[in-house]
Every structure is written in structure tokens, then in C-alpha cells.
Design a protein. Structure first.
Length: 280
């Protein structure tokens, strides 16, 4: 029986992953965890930390096999939404099935990979379908190539969500300049998440400065917070409690945090304020 929905949206974790050992792995991957991060474990963490809803992101090492992600959402359909990884040749029926299963976006995890030729017809068809489904495109890429990877998504008319502060190499690099300028277009969001993927420990001063710059450019209406649970390859540095507490350090204003935690992701990921997903 599916898990009961929380009574209301109190906070939305906009970036987390679930997986178990033994799942089929993508042929091209940077790593493969030797532990489980189960949907039940994640749900218990949400309960313990007062987080009512969450967006699950397909892990890179599982490639385009989104079955485990969909099963996790199916068990908790009123609490969870998902971002899938898809082949650019995916047809309309496959994409509609993902939408029916609670998917609200696709992820381009391009860290360490060449930027695809997004002008190809297959990519343009995919972006058109993303627009038709009212999905977003989530981009994970080091900031030096953010413009190269992100501008074609915006040019195709899609909503763009940039992972992990935009993965800056330095606060004033060209990629961050492009990201800050992209705020003016109104179709770009940024996740305040996984500071440990950007800066060496201790990372608080750098992350706080980056959050301040993003808040000035985007406003709380287009910023999101994510735990990045289970913090793959960085589990020794952070846990869910620390990830949640970091947002108060990055964004001291309570009203701004409310928008980042509730209002902005509820609209973008189509959670309603009673805690349900929009009816399918």
C-alpha cells in the first residue's frame, strides 16, 4: 500500500538519491557505491527532520534505467517527485510513462563528459517534449562549461535547473558570470546544495558568499535547497542534519528560506499545498 501523504508541505528537499547494491549499472560511470540508500531510509530521515516532500534525482551510475526511481515514487506518490535520465532518442510514449510515474524533469549529468551537440534533431525533439510536458532540464556541470551546456537548453525554451551552486571553480569565474546573468531570463533556477562538491572543508565562508550572490541575482523565488543525500563520495564530511542546517547559514532570513524550502519547489515540481502531487 502506498505511503500516506504528509498533511501539508512543510519543506521540500530538492535533491536526493535512492539506490541499492545490485542494480544494473551504467557502462560509463564515475563510481558505484558499495552501500544502500533505500527509499525507506530516506523517508525516515525526512520524517526526523521535518521535511514533508522531496525530489529524487536519478543517480548517474544507474544511467537511463529509471525503474528503481519510479518504484520509489510509486510507493510514496504524494510525497515524492523525480528527475529522470533519458536517452535523447526516447519517444513520446516513454516520456509520457515517466510523467505518469511522477517524473517532472530530465537530468543532464555532464561532469567529466563532453558537451553533447544539442543542435541535433534528437535533442531538439527531446527539448520540445520537455516543454510540452512542462518539465525542467536539470544540469550538473562544472561552471567553466555552464554557458556551453546551459544556453542551448534555454535557447530551446526549456526551464533550466542548475545543480550544486553551479559547481564554481572560483566565485568570479566566467561560468558563474554567465549563471548570474541568466537570472534575468526568468527560466533558470539554482540549487543551494552540496557545497562540499565545490570547496574544500571548511566550506562555509565560500558557500555563504556564493549563496549571497545567487540570492541577489535570482531572489528566493528561483533558488532551491537540496540535501544531496546520501552524499555519495562525501559521506565522511556531512550528514542530513548538517546539510539541513547549512541553509540557515547560507540564507539567514527566515522568509527567504520559506520560499526556498516550500513556495519555489512546490510550484516548480508541482506539489500542491495540501501535500499531494497534482492529479495524474
Amino acid at each position: 500500500m502506498p505511503e500516506a501523504a504528509p498533511a501539508a508541505v512543510t519543506a521540500i528537499d530538492s535533491h536526493a538519491h535512492v539506490f541499492v547494491r545490485g542494480l544494473p549499472l551504467a557502462p560509463q560511470r564515475r563510481h558505484a557505491p558499495d552501500y544502500d540508500a533505500t527509499p525507506a531510509d530516506f523517508s525516515a530521515l525526512l520524517d526526523a527532520h521535518g521535511v514533508s516532500h522531496a525530489l529524487l534525482v536519478q543517480p548517474s551510475f544507474l544511467g537511463t534505467d529509471n525503474r528503481f526511481l519510479l518504484d520509489a515514487i510509486r510507493a510514496r506518490p504524494r510525497r515524492l517527485r523525480g528527475v529522470a535520465v533519458v536517452d535523447p532518442e526516447a519517444d513520446d510514449l516513454a516520456l509520457q510513462a515517466l510523467a505518469d510515474g511522477g517524473i517532472c524533469g530530465i537530468r543532464l549529468n555532464l561532469v567529466g563528459l563532453p558537451i553533447p551537440d544539442f543542435s541535433r534533431p534528437a535533442w531538439q525533439r527531446l527539448f520540445a517534449r520537455v516543454r510540452a510536458l512542462d518539465w525542467h532540464v536539470e544540469l550538473h556541470r562544472d561552471s567553466q562549461a555552464l554557458a556551453q551546456a546551459g544556453q542551448p537548453v534555454l535557447d530551446a525554451g526549456c526551464k533550466l535547473v542548475v545543480d550544486h551552486f553551479g559547481r564554481p571553480g572560483a566565485l568570479a569565474d566566467a561560468g558563474q558570470a554567465w549563471l548570474l546573468a541568466a537570472a534575468a531570463g526568468g527560466r533558470t533556477w539554482v540549487k543551494l546544495s552540496a557545497a562540499y562538491r565545490n570547496w574544500p572543508v571548511p566550506s562555509a565562508p565560500q558557500a555563504r558568499a556564493a549563496a549571497e550572490r545567487l540570492l541577489r541575482a535570482f531572489g528566493a523565488g528561483r533558488l532551491l535547497w537540496g540535501s544531496d543525500w546520501p552524499h555519495t563520495e562525501h559521506r565522511e564530511w556531512v550528514d542530513y542534519t548538517a546539510a539541513q542546517a547549512a541553509l540557515a547559514d547560507w540564507v539567514p532570513d527566515a522568509a527567504a528560506r520559506q520560499r526556498i524550502l516550500v513556495d519555489t519547489p512546490a510550484r516548480l515540481f508541482k506539489f500542491d499545498q495540501e501535500g499531494d502531487l497534482h492529479a495524474r
